[in-house]
Design a protein. Structure first.
Lengths: 429, 460
């Protein structure tokens, strides 16, 4: 089937807010609707019927089963714009970009919005599994005695609510504890992590100062910048923080400063064909080139090679091979900073000859990257990380970087819960 | 509630509303309280005037036809007299228009007295008195004296009129086309000019293009409004869009949330931009070119206040006010001149203030910036004229906005009443004047400052 180019036209996000702060009373739908409306306002898309809007949230209330469609209906887009929800943990909105781009490429859509949203503050709280089972049994019962019998099975302990956690279901370990294992296995030092974290804050602050985000961010609920940002962050200050993960180890290195905080926020990317953009005199920032996903067996696999957040390490070489590229053929690298150590372990793995030979099947390692091209306008350590919003944030940011440069290629790498990874390439258009 | 009331985001005028209840009317009549009228404001589809237009004087060919084309039911003194009737009292006059274009001396003013004195009592609520004269030009000293006297008539008459009626003078340099006259009438006689009072507008005879549809005179025009996120700027964006323009709503990045809502309400686009950046003009011109193929209308509305008595005025209160309110406009307009950033027929409209005319205690910085704008438009009108571009200032008086809502009650109430209409204007009143200056028919107006102040006691 002949394919068409999908281009990135622009993006919009709301400033990200640390959990239980500025957006404590905002729902996913509030944030996603505001983000869509900001995008509509930026590009004059009022009343426009788009091919589709694809978005998702990791933490989602059961009544939000149609979150994206409901948000579209509440937005200034044409109500005839279809929408659907997806969810791939922290890879959600990069995956939604891939889905929209692919539909455009095969001719099933001319335009679309890929987005993601998450709130930790307004997280769903469910009834316990025991209570739920009992209530469903009572509902099934055909007569009063049977119903009473079912209800009688409820124990006081069932009344405790079930709150969502970011622990992996199959290991019971939090993401941070998983990363702490990987960090140790790859011998990532505290100093390295703090340097990466400080650079993220400094880069993000500098980008805000020069107005880089003026056409990428629309304020929300009075917040005008990501409130996790600490422009004065330094390695020295970060060095003062106490470790929070891997505390059972002899020399724990992961702190609140070099790990992303829980965050609320939303982000969106507008994609289309070149023709669709040109008809509306819309800018074309970059073209979507290709993407790859991977997963690791973090439950049973090797402690070093199959860490929970290591899947992008496997996805990238496959993507490079398919596109005939080397790791050094990029002008920008956007590696999601779930933890500073995630980025550093990823880079270390690509430079490790044994790992590259044994696990990636490569005669030679992918090699190192020019660190001055990494997360040049900051990443999740500084912006914060509303799980499903991060991919769209990165795609819009990178597309603008490429457009401003006028040429070049960028690599996106995002790790996700469940041992998954989503990676993609975009190029200046 | 009128369209204008809904557009306002200022404090409701409870006093005015009370005085317009039956009890309020009785009380105010007994004890002589001022009774501010509910002003007639423009709504699409409304008649131009609430009653017939009585036309007096003579001289301008095609004036009656132009007024009729604008939507007025024109009657003349002779016609009404010949039928042995005055328009019946139920049929109050919507406007009194006097053509004084052939006024040739002080003695000629008597005819104007006769016309007005005989018909003013029949003027309806929110009626209009409009005198059309000529600019003093030095040809004849007697003529010039009489022409200037017209200004004195409307200024005093404005203070006499009640029930929301206004009096204005159009002073012609040359003979305007029928379309130019129609354009003037569609603004000054309609509810669009509800808060324009006691004012002289100088109109040059410049060729004007009639819009294809007078309901959307700005169709095909691309307009940018700075400070568009709220208040007067948002109202301007809405009026320009209603009149057919494609609107770029610009404001500081920090105001983006409200800005996006404005843009989405009017099918425009939101542009987050700091107008004090040296690159702002270039960015905007490029943006308008890329996204819309060019730029026709620039409305400089972004402005701030940092009130301090001069004795206490520090640089941090002075500098930003001058930078945002004045320097950014000078810089921007110079860039428009330098780069041909506006298409022919373009319009630049700069928000001044009656503070720039009358001064205001605690506002030397703000007053300087707003007076500076008045000087700027006067100075820049000639160089822009060669490209068919006009540049004017609009000077709002006391307008109800979120900003005035924060004033102490007593000060606000006083400020509201000290004008001929005894009430504050609404953001939409300023917006309508800005919109009208952007119309193709306003090509003959440049370098001027149009007050939207209800004939404020200060500055008018």
């Amino acid at each position: 089937m002949p394919t068409r180019e999908a281009v990135v036209i622009g993006g919009n996000r709301i400033p990200f807010a640390r959990a239980n702060g500025r957006y404590a009373l905002a729902s996913n739908q509030d944030m996603l609707t505001a983000t869509l409306d900001g995008l509509v306002a930026r590009f004059g898309l009022q009343g426009e019927r788009l091919g589709e809007v694809v978005a998702g949230a990791v933490l989602k209330h059961s009544q939000d089963f149609n979150l994206t469609r409901e948000s579209v209906l509440g937005s200034a887009l044409a109500p005839t714009t279809p929408a659907y929800d997806i969810q791939q943990a922290c890879g959600t909105s990069l995956e939604s970009v891939i889905l929209v781009a692919n539909k455009i490429a095969v001719g099933q859509a001319d335009s679309g919005i890929a987005a993601g949203v998450d709130t930790v503050s307004d997280a769903p709280i469910a009834v316990s599994e025991g209570l739920r089972t009992a209530l469903l049994a009572a509902n099934r019962a055909r007569n009063l005695p049977a119903r009473l019998k079912a209800l009688a099975s409820i124990r006081p302990s069932y009344l405790a609510p079930a709150t969502p956690s970011n622990s992996e279901l199959r290991t019971g370990l939090s993401m941070g504890e998983h990363q702490a294992v990987t960090t140790r296995e790859w011998a990532i030092t505290r100093q390295q992590q703090d340097e990466l974290a400080a650079a993220s804050h400094q880069n993000l602050a500098a980008a805000y100062e020069r107005g880089f985000f003026d056409d990428l961010v629309t304020p929300f609920l009075g917040l005008t910048r990501d409130n996790n940002l600490r422009p004065d962050s330094t390695v020295e200050r970060l060095a003062e923080l106490k470790p929070v993960y891997g505390r059972g180890e002899s020399e724990p290195t992961m702190t609140a400063g070099n790990s992303t905080p829980l965050t609320d926020g939303a982000a969106a990317v507008l994609l289309g064909t070149r023709e669709w953009a040109a008809e509306r005199r819309l800018p074309i920032l970059a073209r979507f080139v290709d993407a790859e996903t991977a997963a690791v067996d973090y439950v049973h696999g090797d402690r070093k090679a199959d860490g929970l957040l290591m899947a992008p390490v496997y996805a990238v070489p496959r993507l490079l091979a398919r596109n005939g590229l080397t790791l050094q053929d990029f002008d920008f690298y956007e590696i999601h900073e779930a933890f500073a150590a995630t980025v550093l372990a990823t880079l270390a793995a690509w430079q490790d000859p044994d790992f590259s030979r044994d696990r990636l099947g490569l005669a030679a390692p992918l090699g190192g990257i020019d660190r001055s091209r990494l997360n040049v306008t900051g990443s999740s350590l500084a912006t914060g990380h509303p799980f499903a919003a991060t991919g769209a944030r990165i795609v819009a940011t990178l597309a603008k970087l490429l457009h401003d440069k006028g040429s070049g290629r960028g690599l996106i790498s995002i790790c996700a819960a469940g041992g998954q990874g989503v990676v993609a390439i975009i190029e200046a258009a | 509630m009128s369209n204008g009331e809904r557009t306002s985001r200022g404090a409701p005028d409870k006093y005015r509303d009370l005085m317009n209840t039956s009890i309020g009317r009785t009380v105010s009549a007994r004890i002589g309280l001022p009774r501010p009228a509910l002003l007639r404001r423009f709504r699409a589809g409304d008649a131009l005037l609430p009653g017939p237009l009585l036309l007096g004087g003579n001289g301008l060919t095609g004036l009656a036809q132009a007024l009729t084309a604008a939507g007025a039911e024109v009657v003349t003194g002779e016609a009404a007299g010949a039928r042995g009737e005055h328009p019946p009292s139920a049929d109050r006059l919507g406007a009194l228009v006097y053509d004084a274009s052939e006024l040739d001396g002080v003695a000629g003013l008597a005819a104007i007295r006769e016309f007005l004195a005989g018909s003013l009592r029949r003027l309806s609520s929110s009626g209009r008195v409009l005198i059309i004269g000529r600019e003093p030009d030095g040809t004849d000293h007697g003529w010039d004296a009489a022409r200037q006297a017209l200004d004195g008539i409307v200024r005093s008459l404005g203070k006499e009129l009640r029930a929301g009626a206004t009096a204005n003078l159009v002073s012609l340099a040359g003979t305007p086309s029928s379309d130019a006259l129609q354009s003037l009438a569609r603004f000054l006689l309609s509810g669009r000019a509800a808060y324009v009072d006691g004012q002289t507008l100088r109109v040059a005879a410049v060729a004007v293009d009639a819009p294809a549809d007078w309901a959307t005179p700005l169709i095909g025009r691309v307009a940018v409004v700075t400070g568009a996120a709220r208040g007067i700027g948002a109202a301007i964006a809405e009026v320009l869009a209603r009149d057919g323009a494609k609107v770029i709503a610009a404001d500081l990045p920090a105001a983006g949330e409200a800005l996006a809502k404005v843009a989405n309400r009017i099918n425009g686009t939101a542009l987050q931009l700091d107008v004090t950046d040296e690159s702002a003009a270039g960015t905007l011109i490029r943006y308008a070119g890329e996204r819309f193929g060019g730029l026709d209308v620039v409305v400089h509305n972004a402005g701030i206040t940092r009130d301090k008595l001069m004795a206490n005025m520090k640089a941090e209160s002075w500098d930003p006010v001058l930078a945002v309110n004045l320097q950014s406009q000078v810089q921007f307009n110079a860039e428009l001149l330098r780069t041909d950033g506006l298409r022919p027929g373009g319009r630049i409209i700069c928000l001044a203030s009656t503070t720039g005319l009358a001064g205001n205690r605690g506002q030397t910085n703000y007053g300087a910036s707003k007076a500076g704008i008045i000087g700027m438009v006067r100075s820049m009108a000639p160089p822009f004229h060669g490209r068919g571009i006009t540049i004017n200032a609009v000077a709002p008086g006391f307008i109800d906005t979120a900003m005035t809502h924060r004033m102490p009650l007593a000060s606000r109430e006083v400020a509201r009443r000290i004008n001929s209409l005894q009430q504050a204007g609404l953001p939409v009143d300023v917006a309508e004047t800005v919109g009208w200056l952007a119309w193709p028919g306003s090509a003959g107006i440049s370098g001027q400052t149009v007050r939207v102040c209800g004939q404020n006691w200060l500055g008018a």
